[in-house]
Design a protein. Structure first.
Lengths: 247, 168
């Protein structure tokens, strides 16, 4: 609908506060349907549907992606489970058929032992308490306990499951995670040049790093943690110093 | 029971297939209509006005992943973990393929482990070996002869040894 998009378009790139409302009255059925194409609007994180209005529930900048996706770009450290996101979890308990996994949310998620590639009732996966698992949410809403799986819809693992014999796990803010996982991330490009290492990034703010030696691992971890509050200039100078100096 | 005649038989019995073979078309139609009436009377339905489901124009999406097109979370650099680098290519190529398909509608070829030529060569030899497997013992040697003869020097292929009926 043109009116809807027009209202959103005004505010793209502007700071919005919780409580701002985009309301548009849809035409009564019958009359206007011929002229107005009823298009779908997709509200991303930070926007909520309230009847026929869209309300802002987080403070931040309104962003837009073609053709009809709007969301609020905001910062937070606390993770809220969302369906389809891949996170790093720590196994805290084994009880019967499921594992309890801590994902940093308000409650622990459950991970069934059958949700691993090649797992059957006889052939149980080798998961111990304290292991790190990289998995995806299948159920994640505010009314139910979140559930994780380590396979995709075809039954393949695709890199999910238990990982990380060595390495270091640390926590960063969710904004930095999104910057790391952006398609052409500059931080990642700069990091690549320093030395070989392996990185697993979970959407819940947890990052796991492994490099050849303990020192290198610690260097990468420190770099990532400090990247958060630096401009790209500062970051590049820092990385250059590391690349020349420490090795 | 044979003396009673058709009058004493029950309605259900009369409705059975074998009893209807002798009836006329009219009587058949009447019976059908009666049956339909009974069935439609039995049906319950709600006496409410037709409600149209409200079309939802607004869809909520809770995850950031489609918003910013985030890439796969496992990464490895400079060959630290070759499995993960292969995975990175796979998962991110998935995403790129989707984008390409939107731009130009060329069919994307599946990544194959063996090339097409190798596949064709394999099938060539497979066909030959299967034929030999199911051929009779006498024909097996004939087949090997024709296979070895690459220049097609043998004229009759394959010379089937059949029973030759005597002329007289």
């Amino acid at each position: 609908m043109d009116t809807v998009h027009a209202r959103f378009k005004d505010k793209i790139g502007e700071v919005l506060l919780p409580g701002d409302v985009f309301s548009f009255r849809l035409p009564e059925d019958g009359h206007g349907d011929g002229n107005i194409k009823t298009e779908k609007i997709i509200c991303g994180p930070g926007l909520r549907r309230n009847g026929e209005e869209v309300q802002v529930c987080k403070s931040g900048i309104l962003r837009h992606k073609q053709p009809n996706l709007y969301w609020i770009d905001s910062q937070q450290r606390r993770y809220v489970p969302a369906k389809g996101e891949s996170v790093i979890g720590i196994v805290t308990a084994k009880s019967g058929d499921i594992f309890k996994v801590d994902v940093g949310g308000s409650e622990q998620a459950s991970l069934s032992y059958l949700a691993f590639e090649g797992a059957t009732k006889r052939n149980r996966p080798n998961v111990q308490v304290g292991d790190l698992v990289y998995s995806q949410f299948t159920i994640a809403n505010k009314d139910m306990e979140p559930e994780l799986v380590c396979i995709d819809s075809c039954g393949r693992a695709n890199g999910m499951g238990v990982f990380g014999a060595d390495g270091l796990l640390f926590k960063v803010s969710l904004g930095l995670v999104r910057r790391l996982l952006a398609p052409q991330s500059e931080i990642v490009k700069d990091l690549e040049k320093i030395f070989p290492f392996e990185l697993v990034v979970g959407m819940n703010g947890r990052v796991w790093v492994k490099a050849k030696t303990v020192q290198q691992t610690l260097i990468v971890a420190n770099l990532l943690e400090t990247c958060e509050n630096m401009t790209s200039q500062q970051r590049q100078t820092l990385f250059r110093r590391v690349a020349e100096g420490s090795l | 029971m044979a003396n009673d005649g058709a009058a004493k038989l029950s309605k259900n019995l009369l409705r059975m297939k074998f009893m209807q073979r002798g009836l006329d078309a009219e009587v058949k139609k009447q019976l059908d209509e009666e049956e339909k009436r009974i069935i439609s009377d039995d049906h319950w339905f709600l006496d409410l006005p037709e409600l149209k489901a409200k079309e939802n124009h607004i869809v909520e999406e809770r995850s950031f992943v489609p918003c910013e097109d985030l890439v796969y979370g496992r990464m490895s650099f400079k060959g630290f973990n070759p499995d993960v680098q292969k995975l990175m290519l796979l998962m991110n190529a998935h995403k790129e393929e989707e984008e390409d398909e939107e731009e130009d509608e060329t069919l994307s070829r599946m990544e194959t482990d063996i090339t097409d030529e190798e596949m064709a060569r394999r099938y060539e030899s497979l066909v030959g070996s299967m034929r030999k497997k199911f051929a009779k013992k006498r024909d097996r040697s004939a087949i090997t002869r024709t296979e070895e003869d690459v220049n097609c020097n043998i004229a009759d292929y394959p010379p089937k040894r059949a029973f030759m009926k005597p002329q007289d």
